[in-house]
Structures are given as C-alpha cells and as structure tokens.
Design a protein around this ligand. Structure first.
Ligand code: ZN
Length: 232
C-alpha cells in the first residue's frame, strides 16, 4: 500500500517536471522570437503576430516529433533487450537463476538467501525479475510515444500561448517591453513550481530560469536591432 502510493507520487512529479520544462521552452523560445522580430524597426504588428504564431506551431510540432522519436527508440531498445532475455531464460534457466542470485549477492544479500530468492523469483515471473533486477527497466507500459508526444506539444503550447496573446493585445510599440515582462513573470512562477515539486530551493529555481530567459530575450532583441525597453 505504502509502496504503491510512493510510486505514484514519483510518477506525478516526473510528469509535472516534464510539463514545467515544456512550458519553459515554449515561453522562452516564442518570447525570444517575438522580441527579436518586434525589435526590428520595420516590423509590422501583423508580422510580429505571424512570427509568434509560426514559432508556436513549429515549436510544438518539433517537441512532439523529438519526444516521439526519443520515446519510441527507447522502447525499441527495451523490447530488444527483453526478447534477448526471454530467449536466454528459455535456453539456459539454470545460468539465469545463478545470474539473478549473483545480482542479489552484489546488493548485499547472503549467498544462500540470494539463491533462494532467485529461485522463487524465477518460479513466480522469471522475465519480470530479470527486467527489473538485471536490466533495471521500470514496469511495462511506461513508454507510450504518442502520449508523450502529445503531452510535450501541449506543454510547449501552454507556455508559448502567453507571449503570442500579449503580442496580440498590446500596442505594437509596447511589445518589446510587455512580452519580456510577462515571460519573465511566468518563468519565475514555473521556476517556483518546479523547485517545490523537486524539493529544491525556490529562490535558486526562480533565479536560474528567469536569468536564462532574460539572456535569451536579450540576445534576440540585440539581433532585432534594439535592446529591450531601449526605445521601442
Ligand atoms: Zn538474465
């Protein structure tokens, strides 16, 4: 009972961290792009909005594709490892039992007890025991590429939508000031959430992400031709 709830908590924190990272990505990349385009003296309000919207769509699709490829290739590797393991279990069960026992001995179990544990594990679910204790893989069903891709795209979009909305709502000449301000505020909030979820220092989490976000927007603003707040 205890083990189960702990496992689920860890799982939730994992997803939360992934969501925060995806949203961070969306805020920083789309805000930077909007600030860069808006800092160019000749850019129109429509041009700024088109750039922001295109950055949102392109970023979300790129996150989804990257996540899909990464999770499916990881799943392919795990499947191949499991198939090899299943073949070995069928071919040489005695050697596989000894292998499992040796792993438990290495982790501090006395040889005689390790042997008994290995035998009982082999009788119960040999492949599951080898997957967990030899390959170190989590429970099956942990890797769903489509779900991971959708989740990443959604997290990125949730972050990216804010700077696009701000750019659409404020006057053209205020974009280079309003977008970085809102972006830094959101980054600070997400940094705090991430720090709380991970049990880390809130001040450090906020400072790190806000500083990096400011740096990214400063660079693109310089590329656009004007420093943020400098005369737009
Ligand atoms: Zn094995």
């Amino acid at each position: 009972m205890n083990d189960l709830s702990e496992h689920h908590l860890v799982h939730r924190v994992g997803w939360l961290r992934a969501a925060v990272l995806g949203a961070n990505d969306g805020i920083i990349s789309v805000s930077s792009l909007i600030v860069g385009v808006a800092a160019a003296p000749g850019a129109s309000a429509a041009g700024v909005l088109i750039a922001g919207t295109a950055a949102l769509a392109g970023g979300a699709l790129s996150m989804a594709a990257g996540e899909y490829v990464s999770v499916s290739s990881q799943a392919d590797t795990e499947r191949a490892d499991l198939a090899r393991e299943a073949a070995e279990l069928a071919r040489a069960p005695a050697a596989e039992t000894a292998e499992l026992a040796a792993i438990y001995v290495q982790r501090g179990v006395m040889p005689e007890l390790a042997r008994q544990v290995a035998e009982q594990m082999m009788a119960h679910d040999a492949l599951a025991a080898h997957r967990r204790d030899e390959l170190g893989l989590a429970d099956e069903g942990g890797s769903r590429p489509g779900q991971a891709a959708l989740f990443s795209a959604f997290a990125f979009t949730a972050g990216a939508v804010a700077p696009v909305l701000v750019a659409a709502l404020v006057a053209r000449e205020r974009v280079t000031l309003a977008v970085p301000l809102v972006a830094l505020l959101l980054l600070a909030v997400l940094g705090a959430i991430g720090a709380i979820a991970g049990g880390a220092s809130i001040a450090r989490g906020v400072a790190r992400v806000a500083l990096l976000g400011a740096l990214a927007m400063g660079v693109t603003a310089a590329i656009g031709g004007v420093m943020p707040g400098g005369g737009a």
